[in-house]
Design a protein around this ligand. Structure first.
Ligand code: KIV
Length: 263
């Protein structure tokens, strides 16, 4: 398979073709996900919850993400490698630049950052220096304490308009991808239609350009409450490779997510 790049994802968007994305934190699972054809691997700060056992992503450090990015980079195959800027990396533009540089040195090909239009300057400066940015909007887990829990965002018109305006501003500043988490399907569709750049959804309905899930969730090994947008693919697959392939094929055929997984 040819390496997946931003141009690949942009071409998918123009052609109306979806793509799959999955979190990965180590070489073995990254290899299996890449072999299944998953287009984008994310070293997410969700590692704080699924690997480290924290109740939020806040304790995850830049060193943690760099370590796991190096592991995944060695086995990523043709997949594109995205890595998360951890909590407070967006505190200042200078910090964003330094932290993003560490992730890119570790092997990331694009960095993801949580935050709204106020971080446009940081996104602009990263983009100017050749670091592609994915801006994460909607439910931003790093602000869980301010949000009052892991709740669906953008339910009323005012909130939905604010998310759309933030997405436009961040794309204007240079963001190459928008990631939308836990928003109504109608808002997922509206943002996807409004923007020229690919939009990846998690709990954002069936109409976003790409779909992402946390690897442990599709393997059914996450403990605690399972969010509505998750599908456990181990119930219909023989093994982990089969679960990754089914997820990828379902996304490509727009069989996942359905209304059952959407808000
Ligand atoms: O950290 C992560 O895994 C994420 C996904 C939930 C999109 O940001």
């Amino acid at each position: 398979m040819k390496s997946v790049t931003l141009s690949t994802l942009q071409a998918y968007k123009r052609a109306g073709e979806t793509f799959s994305s999955l979190t990965a934190y180590d070489a073995s699972f990254a290899h299996a996900a890449a072999a299944a054809g998953i287009e984008v691997l994310l070293v997410g700060d969700s590692l704080g919850m699924v690997l480290q056992g924290h109740t939020s992503t806040l304790p995850v450090t830049l060193d943690d993400i760099c370590y796991h990015t190096r592991c995944v980079a060695r086995a990523k195959g043709a997949s594109m490698l995205m890595a998360d800027l951890p909590f407070m990396s967006n505190a200042t533009t200078e910090r964003m630049l330094n932290d993003a540089a560490a992730l890119m040195r570790a092997g990331a090909e694009i960095v993801k950052v949580e935050g709204e239009a106020w971080m446009a300057e940081g996104v602009r400066e990263l983009t100017r220096r050749g670091v592609p940015v994915c801006a994460h909007l909607g439910l931003t887990p790093q602000t869980v304490h301010q949000l009052g829990g892991y709740k669906v965002q953008g339910r009323d018109a005012e909130q939905a308009n604010a998310i759309l305006a933030d997405a436009r501003a961040l794309v204007e500043a240079g963001a190459s991808i928008i990631l939308l988490e836990c928003v109504p399907a109608s808002l997922g569709r509206a943002v996807t239609e409004a923007l020229d750049v690919p939009v990846i959804g998690i709990g954002a309905g069936p109409d976003t350009d790409g779909q992402i899930l946390v690897m442990h969730d599709i393997l059914g090994v996450t403990h605690g409450r399972t969010p509505r947008f998750v599908k456990n693919y181990m119930t219909e697959a023989q093994d982990i490779a089969g679960a990754f392939s089914r997820f990828h094929e379902d996304v490509k055929a727009r069989r996942f997510p359905t209304a059952e997984h959407s808000f």
